[in-house]
Design a protein. Structure first.
Lengths: 368, 196
């Protein structure tokens, strides 16, 4: 039979972000596939070199659209490492609350995204409604809904508003009470279970070959390989949580790990709200002017655990007011490019969107 | 998991024993960087991979036009020992050639392709490195080199748009124009700060 070329994306209900997967299909089996990135290339790495360190604070959250806070955290941590700066204790805990709320919001969005390719839009509506509540909390904390620019080098921009603890508790209690409902809608739903069990596999040797991290890696190698556990940043060494893992990585195991992480994030937020101390939230950087500070020479890689794996900034300073080079290690780069080229062929056409969804491919961090 | 400082010592011993290291820098308890000669890079990577650094986290380059060098960066990760290792090596900027590492780390394939696109580094051994990836129909020098000026490129490539500068002040109470002038002045005064 003759092969036919089809495009998945950029406009497709199962495709996240502006990237296109080119598929060569024979019948409904994919024979050859590759990702066409570049529709979202905005030249961030060049842009960061052309702006001062302080200007970059407003530029970096745009690198990943749905999960901006990890960018802020990686950038802030890298700058602090170069400056040799110690952040106030309270700022660490506020950062953790922000990061875990962001993790909840992206997990909800990704889990709800499962509704697109499987045709179960109820799940998506529920998840987006809950994500909206998180954005409301972010709006109260930082004044912004999506790009918060809240975690800055030296701490956080300002202290938490009074009474926000009540809102956060109310939200996470509500989300936790409906956790089983979420499971029933998605991962326990018979129409979806049939689509995700024993399919879209990610064996451990493929994980090491591609360099996949995060949930994809943990669900395959059966080890808690999480940056928060292995090399803890902020105060993740002082809270109790576990990184969910599994030894059989089909699509279902990965989604299951994701849902377990939701519970862990809720638990971390609760512990943070109890343990958070009083005190200042930001230290002055103390080098040069407030807007044109300089950073000493150095090379640093600052990784954080995003919802899709190890996300890092490689930062080089030559001692000036601008970064000399900032490189972004997107968490979904390996599975998004090489993974689609090598391991998507062989799956069925209707599973292509699920493949992209459950592997956690995020096109903005491939394009930068 | 072992003590992280002893892990740093372990990797330092591993690399410094076998190769000529030009510079070692312990960045923090989870990260160490080595500068090695270009000829040693592949062997260093093989040594590290056999010692457990199974994951390649990042591959990129840094442009240093003043020294006419391009610096290659490889970041490897060992999850058991919890150490990120940076391997850096400077290569000639005018004819940058770096042997491909896809035989050691297959995941480097697209990183090298991207690096060729943005820095012009050639990677013999990688079958696809010359194909375009992100920049469609690019017709200028590799854009992440320091002498590439995006402003000049955009001025040359695209026609200037003309904006209507006139605006009416509808009511006497409207202080928009004064505000705008004041803001412009303030921006100018900030620009003239002392150079660092």
């Amino acid at each position: 039979m003759k092969q036919m070329k089809l495009f998945l994306g950029p406009q497709h209900p199962g495709m996240h972000g502006n990237a296109s997967v080119h598929l060569y299909v024979d019948g409904d089996i994919i024979k050859r596939s590759f990702l066409l990135p570049g529709m979202l290339h905005r030249g961030f790495e060049k842009g960061m070199e052309r702006h001062s360190w302080v200007n970059n604070i407003s530029l970096i959250p745009r690198v990943c659209v749905v999960e901006p806070d990890i960018n802020e955290m990686a950038f802030a941590m890298g700058t602090e490492k170069l400056l040799g700066l110690e952040v106030p204790e309270r700022a660490h805990w506020i950062r953790m609350i922000i990061l875990e709320l962001a993790r909840l919001s992206i997990h909800l969005m990704a889990y709800g995204g499962l509704g697109g390719p499987t045709g179960n839009y109820t799940l998506m509506y529920h998840a987006h409604a809950d994500r909206n509540s998180i954005l409301d909390i972010f709006e109260q904390i930082s004044g912004h809904r999506v790009y918060h620019q809240y975690i800055v080098p030296g701490g956080v921009r300002k202290d938490l508003p009074k009474g926000i603890e009540k809102d956060i508790h109310a939200f996470i209690d509500d989300l936790e009470s409906r956790y089983e409902e979420y499971r029933d809608l998605g991962i326990e739903n018979p129409s979806i279970v049939a689509r995700i069990t024993d399919t879209i596999m990610l064996p451990a040797d493929v994980v090491w070959e591609l360099g996949v991290t995060g949930i994809g890696m943990r669900s395959a190698v059966n080890k808690p390989y999480d940056i928060r556990k292995v090399m803890p940043y902020a105060r993740y060494d002082q809270v109790e949580f576990y990184a969910p893992f599994a030894d059989y990585s089909d699509a279902r195991a990965r989604i299951d790990c994701k849902l377990q992480e939701v519970l862990q994030s809720i638990s971390i937020i609760r512990q943070c709200l109890i343990k958070i101390p009083e005190g200042p939230v930001r230290v002055p950087l103390g080098r040069g002017q407030s807007m044109r500070w300089t950073v000493p020479k150095g090379y640093v890689y600052s990784p954080v655990e995003s919802s899709r794996g190890e996300f890092g900034y490689y930062m080089v300073s030559n001692g000036g007011t601008n970064p000399w080079r900032v490189g972004v290690r997107g968490a979904s780069y390996p599975q998004g490019l090489l993974g689609i080229e090598k391991y998507m062929p062989g799956t069925r056409l209707d599973d292509a969107a699920l493949w992209v969804d459950t592997m956690g491919v995020c096109s903005p961090e491939i394009d930068r | 998991m072992m003590n992280s400082m002893s892990n740093i010592e372990y990797v330092k011993g591993l690399i410094e024993k076998g190769f000529k290291v030009l510079e070692t820098d312990v960045i923090d308890q989870y990260q160490v960087s080595f500068v090695v000669k270009q000829a040693d890079v592949l062997q260093v990577l093989v040594t590290l991979k056999n010692a457990g650094w199974k994951q390649m986290s990042y591959l990129s380059a840094i442009d240093w036009p003043d020294e006419t060098k391009i610096e290659m960066v490889y970041i490897l990760m060992n999850w058991e020992r919890a150490v990120h290792v940076q391997i850096r090596s400077k290569i000639d900027r005018n004819d940058p050639v770096m042997p491909s590492i896809i035989t050691v780390y297959p995941g480097a394939k697209y990183y090298e392709r991207e690096c060729h696109e943005f820095f012009g580094v050639k990677f013999p051994g990688n079958p696809d490195y010359e194909k375009q990836l992100i920049l469609e129909m690019w017709d200028d020098m590799p854009p992440l080199r320091k002498d590439f000026d995006p402003q000049a490129y955009s001025d040359r490539k695209f026609t200037k748009r003309e904006y209507n500068q006139d605006y009416k002040i509808l009511s006497e109470d409207n202080k928009l124009k004064e505000k705008r002038e004041a803001r412009k002045e303030r921006a100018q005064s900030l620009k003239g700060g002392p150079k660092a």
